[in-house]
Every structure is written in structure tokens, then in C-alpha cells.
Design a binder for this molecule. Structure first.
Ligand SMILES: [Fe+2]
Length: 377
């Protein structure tokens, strides 16, 4: 099976083989992801990373699921990602891994610990060549306080639980500490931080720091992006955070960064000003790719926003209402040997009468749902 290229007709192609046989599907498929002129190793793939977010269940929690993850879809996704040839070098989990959203910190801890067990037992977790980077969502950071039952409120102690249980999946510690220009209430240095992987600069963002729900530390971000731009070894920048900067038109508004529009505008203008390739996010339970602009810089269309919030949580009802067929899945970014950034969105339909139902590959095959060259010069 050859699926369409995003750039059909250009001079050569980058190919990634997905061994569908290993996934229980009869045919071996070669997926032509894009075209970009290279005869390098791994069919022109220098390295790659996968992203998924929002896989936690809705109440009631199944009695056999202490992780509160959507088991059939998380396990399928992690198996499919691990079976890619070559497998991605990094996997980002962009929040809402577990149901959480509770002031009972023992419950939050036990859900996260069960989730870690689940991951470690998965084909991705068993592959030491794949590095998982996880970041918290509102379900790991907030609880349903009476002060704001719509958005949730900061959950004192939840950050400490995350930092303890998820320590193996935290990839940096250079983020902002308490106080400072961003006037943070708590130390965010291992919740919001940056790191370099080969020639890519990754900025990992906690979008619900204690005392500042639905925000990111824009002063620290501006300084970090400026430093990355000065580093001549860095050829592209990706930011990742749980809450979108812009709620997609087919998503239900839900206390995302655009609920603080002035802060959001500063964040987005900084990212586009640094020629960031993409902000990859979740929280809205759908898949959406766009190139938004802010009211302050309406002429600047550059950085992509990719909402990859269709990891397995109940999908946004507005997504189906828009006429789309909702699906669960994950996103792959491939950096080619000639420096391009290629996006492939994978997805599978599911039993819309029971989103937690088993997901046999024969009945619900995973296919390419989106592909694009998202390189930003
Ligand atoms: Fe969320």
C-alpha cells in the first residue's frame, strides 16, 4: 500500500516502513511520507519523534484499569510507534495521561505509578533506544475546586507528585524557578524547560503552573528562544505543551491559553519571532493543524499549531458535529537528512458506542490521516 505524498512530484522521497504485519495486519505497507531529495541512511530520515496527548478515561474508571488510561488505544499506539522502521528517537506525551483532577494526592500518585508500569511493559517502553518525555496536563496539575469548577484550580502538591513519579521521563531542569520575571509561585525548572536533541531545540511547557492556570512563563520562554536562535548548531525549534494557544474552530473552548489572550499573544509572537517550527499540544480532544496569527502580528504566518489531543479520551463532540469522522491516533515528526521537518498524522477509527472497546487492527486499521512538510525557514 502506497499512501499519497505531501509533496508528490518533487525529485525524490523519504520513506518510512511501518511493519503492519507485526501489528496483525496481513499486508506490509510502505508509507511514502514526503519528498525531499536524499539518498542518506534510513531512507533520508535523520531522526524523528512521535507525539500523543489526552488518553485518560472519563469516569467511571474501569475496575481493571488502575492507570485510568484508555488501555486498548494506548497499547496499540505504543506498539505501532515502537514497530516503525526506524522507530522514533523520542515520544512526547503531552499531558492528561491519567484521570487525576483530584485533591487526593495518593489517588493521583497511584494512577501515575500504574501508568508508568503500563508504559514500561509496552513495546515502546521496552526499547531503550526510544526516550519518553512526558509533560503534565490539567488532569495532573489541577483539581475541581469550588472556586472554578469550569477550569479547575491549582492543586498544591500535585507538581511534587508528578516530579517524583515521572522523574524518569523529564528531560531537563533549566526552567524558571519560583519568583523571577514571570512571578511564579513554585519552582517550574523541571516542569517547563528546554533541551537540544541533535540540531533541534525542544521547549517543554507546563501550561498550568501553580497559581497561574492556563499560562506559560513568557519571560523565560523569550530568553530561552533567543538563546536557541544564537546557537548555530540549532536548525529548528519545537515547543510542546498541554493546552493549545488557539482553540481550533471545531473544538469546545476549555480554558486554554487563549483564555489569557494578552499572555498568549506574547507567547505566540515570541515563537513566531524565533521561527519556531511548531507548537504541538493537546487538551482539545481532536486532531487539528493550523498556522495561526495573533491580533498583534496579523501578517506573520509561520509557526504551526498541531493539536494532537485525540490519543484516546472521549473525542470532542464538536469534531463530529463539524462533519469530520473522529479518530484516535498520534503524530510523527520526521527530520530529514537535508533538514526538513515532515509531519504525518496517523489515526484509526473506533467503536463510537464505546471508546474503551477493544480495537482490533483488522476492523480499525491505522492509516495516514494528515501529512505535510512543516519546515519553517
Ligand atoms: Fe486537558
Amino acid at each position: 500500500m502506497i499512501l499519497p505524498s505531501a509533496n508528490r512530484g518533487t525529485r525524490c522521497s523519504v520513506q518510512r516502513r511501518v511493519p503492519w504485519m507485526a501489528l496483525g495486519v496481513a499486508a506490509l505497507a510502505s508509507l511514502v511520507l514526503s519528498a525531499c531529495g536524499s539518498d542518506g541512511d534510513n531512507n533520508g530520515v535523520a531522526y524523528s519523534f512521535a507525539v500523543l496527548g489526552c488518553n485518560r478515561v472519563n469516569p467511571p474508571i474501569p475496575s481493571d484499569d488502575p492507570s485510568t488510561a484508555n488501555l486498548p488505544h494506548l497499547q496499540r499506539t505504543l506498539a505501532e510507534i515502537a514497530a516503525m522502521q526506524p522507530p522514533p528517537n523520542l515520544i512526547f506525551l503531552t499531558g492528561d495521561l491519567v484521570l487525576g483532577l483530584t485533591s487526593d494526592l495518593d489517588t493521583l500518585r497511584s494512577q501515575l505509578e500504574a501508568w508508568v508500569q503500563l508504559y514500561r511493559a509496552s513495546p515502546a517502553g521496552q526499547n531503550p533506544a526510544i526516550r519518553l518525555v512526558a509533560l503534565p496536563g490539567n488532569h495532573e496539575s489541577l483539581h475541581l475546586g469550588l472556586e472554578d469548577v469550569q477550569c479547575g484550580v491549582s492543586n498544591p502538591g500535585a507538581e511534587a507528585v508528578w516530579l517524583d513519579v515521572m522523574a524518569p521521563f523529564i528531560a531537563g531542569d533549566n526552567g524558571p524557578t519560583a519568583g523571577g520575571a514571570d512571578q511564579l509561585e513554585t519552582d517550574q525548572s523541571r516542569l517547563t524547560y528546554s533541551f537540544n536533541y541533535r540540531d533541534t531545540h525542544f521547549v517543554v511547557l507546563n501550561t498550568d503552573p501553580v497559581g497561574a492556570v492556563a499560562s506559560v512563563p513568557v519571560h523565560w520562554i523569550a530568553d530561552d528562544l533567543a538563546a536557541a536562535r544564537r546557537d548555530r548548531s540549532i536548525r529548528r525549534i519545537f515547543a510542546l505543551g498541554h493546552k493549545p494557544a488557539f482553540t481550533p474552530p471545531d473544538a469546545t473552548p476549555d480554558c486554554s491559553l487563549d483564555s489569557n489572550p494578552d499572555m498568549r499573544n506574547v507567547f505566540w509572537d515570541a515563537l513566531t519571532g524565533a521561527s519556531g517550527t511548531a507548537y504541538i499540544t493537546s487538551h482539545a480532544h481532536l486532531y487539528n493543524r493550523s498556522q495561526p496569527t495573533t491580533p498583534t502580528q496579523t501578517a506573520v504566518t509561520k509557526t504551526w499549531q498541531v493539536v494532537a489531543g485525540n490519543g484516546g479520551s472521549p473525542v470532542d463532540t464538536m469534531w463530529a458535529a463539524s462533519g469530520a469522522t473522529p479518530y484516535f491516533g498520534y503524530t510523527l515528526i520526521t527530520v530529514t537528512t537535508d533538514g526538513r521537518a515532515l509531519l504525518t498524522g496517523y489515526g484509526r477509527n473506533f467503536d463510537d458506542s464505546n471508546y474503551l472497546a477493544p480495537s482490533p487492527a483488522q476492523q480499525y486499521p491505522t492509516t495516514v490521516r494528515d501529512s505535510a512538510d512543516i519546515t519553517v525557514p
